[in-house]
Ligand binder design. Structure first.
Ligand code: ZN
Length: 135
């Protein structure tokens, strides 16, 4: 159900490399706010991967849903099962998957994709449909 998947693994790796090389401050990347940390706690999915910065805990993946009229409010964190449900019932929406460490507040956008019910292509309606409506 995922479309237009973009993986930011390379960008993430170079950010971590710059951090280790001292070209970036910890405060530049470990700046997750309370809202994000709360979202990680209540909606996140814990992984087996240790935090690349502090290595004190496993990172949590938080999925943020943007766009999508109707059932999907914009810019809210959703659990995987909620997203699965939305994917079959909501118009197209974008999901940003953010990796979060609740210990050091490291956060990074690792993936984005589009899900939801694709809008039908704009084609002239077949005549048969129109006549059915007329009845
Ligand atoms: Zn950490």
């Amino acid at each position: 159900m995922q479309r237009q998947l973009v993986d930011y693994a390379l960008a993430r790796r170079s950010t971590l490399a710059r951090l280790r090389a001292g070209q970036m401050a910890l405060s530049d990347v470990c700046d997750g706010d309370t809202y994000l940390l709360r979202a990680a706690k209540f909606h996140g999915q814990i992984t087996q991967r240790p935090c690349p910065v502090c290595r004190k805990e496993q990172v949590t993946l938080v999925s943020w849903v943007f766009g999508g009229a109707g059932g999907a409010p914009s810019g809210t964190a959703r659990t995987d099962s909620e997203i699965t449900a939305l994917a079959t019932s909501s118009p197209e929406f974008t999901v940003h998957v953010v990796e979060v460490c609740r210990t050091c507040r490291w956060n990074y956008l690792v993936q984005s994709y589009v899900a939801g019910v694709a809008r039908p292509e704009k084609k002239p309606r077949p005549a048969t449909k129109r006549s059915r409506v007329a009845k």
